[in-house]
Design a protein around this ligand. Structure first.
Ligand SMILES: [Zn+2]
Length: 389
């Protein structure tokens, strides 16, 4: 068994740890590269992978490489790698978000809050490309959101509604009051005229007084439509109901709910969908391989073009807390694997322990926890200020 000095502990002493000889290289000679296992610890999983000094990290064989490295066109679908990144980002957000008390709401009850799930819609038919909407509207919204509500952790995802309009789901770590959110988004979407066109559409629809639209019932019944009509008259149709905030209080498995919402793929368009003219360039739109799109400019009413999702800078680079596997860490990993609450995935050069962070505390995985908290304090000093223990 070979001994190496490893990390300097928090108290400043060098800890001598015995290294587990690599399983793949049990008969190594003196001149062989030293090989060992490393871990990267995340809030929802621990990756264990083979390392070799001088040899570098093992690379997956080309046939195992994910699809998007062979073909970069995502066609509006979230790739497997993206799903993994989104889920990892969510794990960090959920880990960092502490339940907060909200100011008294309209109903006068105190509510607690962890993460915010908001939706931004366009208030009239989309007449610009997806890229333009993202560049001019979403981008400005994210900038203002960071400043105005001090949101530092967020994930966003673009989707198409049934009516072909792009809309955005955003998960944030800060509470945003609904009326402020609506005012800000309406001001921003008006940069491209979406409130004016909404007003024109409403004025035209109700030109002979209140007109009921039965296709929205029962979700939006006659009574609700009449109320919206009166509100529209009062405000001159300048403040459309373009945003939505989901409460997350009653959702038991937040992680499963968010992963499903944010990683879901669009339904394919029916091959017999009637042709129409492109709302962006007036060119002909057809269904090609399940995508309803314009032949001339490529605009699609079913699939989002360009970037599908994004996140705050803090969530973009999360290699996890790194340390090398020694006998003590191996014992902690074994405890997690044997807990019955972790799923272990084994490959030739790596293993993934899918385990909730709480499991590490429950099984007193002291070394893994110490390493992980150190990483979190360095990576997220604002969300997770250093403590003196
Ligand atoms: Zn077009």
């Amino acid at each position: 068994m070979n001994y190496l000095f490893s990390k300097v502990s928090i108290s400043g002493n060098l800890i001598l740890r015995s290294y587990v000889p690599c399983k793949l290289n049990s008969t190594f000679a003196l001149n062989d590269p030293v090989s060992y296992y490393s871990v990267s610890i995340h809030p929802g999983k621990i990756n264990v992978f083979y390392q070799s000094i001088g040899g570098g990290r093992a690379i997956a064989p080309s046939e195992a490489r994910p699809e998007q490295f062979k073909n970069n066109r995502h066609n509006g679908k979230v790739s497997l790698i993206a799903k993994r990144k989104i889920k990892n980002g969510l794990d960090y957000m959920l880990f960092l978000a502490k339940p907060k008390k909200l100011p008294n709401s309209r109903v006068g009850k105190k509510r607690s809050f962890k993460l915010n799930f908001i939706t931004l819609d366009l208030s009239s038919d989309q007449v610009h490309s997806d890229q333009l909407i993202k560049r001019y509207l979403l981008h400005q919204f994210l900038v203002e959101m960071r400043k105005k509500w001090r949101v530092s952790l967020y994930l966003w995802k673009a989707e198409k509604q049934k009516n072909g309009r792009i809309h955005f789901h955003i998960i944030t770590d800060k509470f945003i009051p609904w009326n402020e959110l609506r005012n800000v988004w309406n001001r921003i979407q008006q940069k491209l005229g979406y409130v004016t066109r909404y007003r024109e559409d409403r004025l035209n629809w109700h030109r002979a007084g209140f007109k009921y639209a039965p296709q929205y019932a029962p979700r939006w019944n006659r009574e609700a439509q009449y109320k919206a009509y009166q509100e529209g008259l009062r405000t001159d149709w300048d403040n459309p109901n373009s945003v939505d905030i989901h409460g997350t209080k009653h959702i038991i498995n937040l992680k499963a709910y968010f992963s499903k919402e944010i990683a879901k793929n669009p339904d394919p368009a029916k091959p017999d969908r009637p042709e129409e003219n492109c709302p962006v360039c007036r060119g002909p739109m057809h269904t090609v391989k399940g995508i309803f799109r314009c032949y001339d400019c490529g605009h699609s009413k079913t699939h989002v073009s360009g970037m599908l999702w994004g996140c705050s800078i803090l969530l973009t680079d999360l290699p996890g807390a790194r340390t090398d596997v020694d006998t003590e860490i191996q014992a902690e990993l074994d405890a997690i694997a044997g807990s019955g609450h972790a799923y272990v995935y084994n490959e030739r050069y790596y293993s993934i322990y899918y385990a909730d962070f709480k499991l590490l505390t429950e099984f007193k995985c002291k070394l893994l926890l110490e390493c992980f908290y150190e990483y979190i304090r360095q990576k997220f000093p604002v969300q997770y200020p250093p403590t003196l223990f």
